[in-house]
Design a protein around this ligand. Structure first.
Ligand code: F6P
Length: 328
């Protein structure tokens, strides 16, 4: 265990919410592993496929012509069995039966929880990559899919601004991010939002209504508020109703939802995914385990799985300030 010599057959899988760029990461993992002389097996539907013997042998051509596609060729799932010790024991047994020595999980904190417990309880080696549109994992500035999701949301916001402007309306746009406001903040700044509501910050709705009214008095004719899905004040519909009433403004709500999870990955996401997939393979071969390969300040860094969810990735105060200043 922990011996790099023991890696001959590698398992790769995508798990949790899918994210554009996962295919680029699978491709990079498979091709790097083959280049280093390893066999590679794809586990379909994440941990669920592992428990149900849903495996696919991967060769160089299994990942041809996938880099530009959204979704994941290996499919994904959220596997509740992995939260129970019995499920993890069954998963470790399947890996032994199929001769899989190590894993590259591509996913978010739920995926890494599972991988961490597989290492702790059963010595299953893995180095993961952050595949989630939320960019909420400590140990990586961005994550695979985040940049694409920002651009998808931005495209929608630009279109909403057109209709908001035509009708002198207030729009509330809800973006994804159950526990995290990184996506909302980037989209808010890039889309010129009048306000951004994040789970990490408490903004009283009375203050928001006053701010919108002040803008209106200064001559603003359209107003756009970006709401992160997990905002403390509630969902976009509830917030819109309260603020609309307080400000006495005509409002509409748009929930962008799963649209943000699809589409062809941006160049940034493809490159990030390619770098991190290769880094995960090389880290395993160097004897690493129980870690995520992320990118910080342009450099690939390894962070213990547990730190990726225990340590809080701060929302940049500078970005928050900027969003406030530019919204005036
Ligand atoms: O974690 C990624 C994410 O898209 C979150 O932003 C969102 O809250 C959640 O997944 C939605 O999950 P599901 O696709 O299971 O509804």
């Amino acid at each position: 265990m922990g011996n790099s010599d023991s890696v001959t057959r590698l398992g790769v899988f995508t798990s949790g919410g899918d994210a554009p760029g996962m295919n680029a990461c699978i491709r990079s993992t498979v091709r790097t592993a083959i280049a280093r002389g390893l066999e590679v097996v794809g586990l379909r539907r994440g941990f669920a496929g592992l428990l149900e013997d849903d495996f696919v042998e991967m060769d160089l051509s299994s990942v041809s012509n996938v880099v530009q596609h959204g979704g994941t060729i290996l499919k994904s799932s959220r596997c509740m069995e992995m939260y129970a010790p019995g499920g993890r024991e069954a998963a470790a047994k399947k890996l032994r039966e199929h001769g899989i020595d190590a894993l590259v999980p591509i996913g978010g904190d739920g995926t890494f929880h599972g991988a961490h417990l597989l290492w702790e309880e059963h010595g299953v080696r893995s180095v993961g990559t952050p595949g989630t549109i939320d960019a909420d994992l400590f140990g990586s500035d961005s994550s695979i899919g985040f940049d694409t999701a920002v651009n998808t949301a931005l495209d929608a916001i630009d279109k909403l601004r057109d209709t908001a402007e035509s009708h002198d309306r207030l729009f509330f746009v809800e973006v994804m991010g159950r526990h995290a406001g990184y996506l909302a903040l980037e989209v808010g700044i890039a889309g010129g939002a009048e306000a951004v509501l994040l789970p990490e910050r408490d903004l009283p709705l009375e203050a928001l209504a006053d701010q919108l009214l002040a803008g209106k008095r200064r001559g603003k004719t359209s107003h756009l508020v970006v709401v992160a899905e997990g905002d403390q004040a509630g969902g976009a519909f509830e917030i819109a109703k309260r603020v609309g009433e307080l400000a006495e403004m005509d409002y509409r709500v748009c929930i962008l939802g799963h649209v943000q999870r699809g589409g062809s990955p941006t160049a940034r996401d493809r490159v990030l995914a390619s770098r991190l997939g290769a880094a995960a393979v090389d880290a395993l071969l160097a004897g690493e385990t129980d870690k995520m390969a992320g990118e910080v300040g342009g450099q690939v860094v390894l962070t213990p799985y547990e730190e990726t969810w225990v340590k809080k990735k701060p929302i940049s105060p500078e970005m928050l300030d900027l969003a406030g200043t530019l919204a005036m």
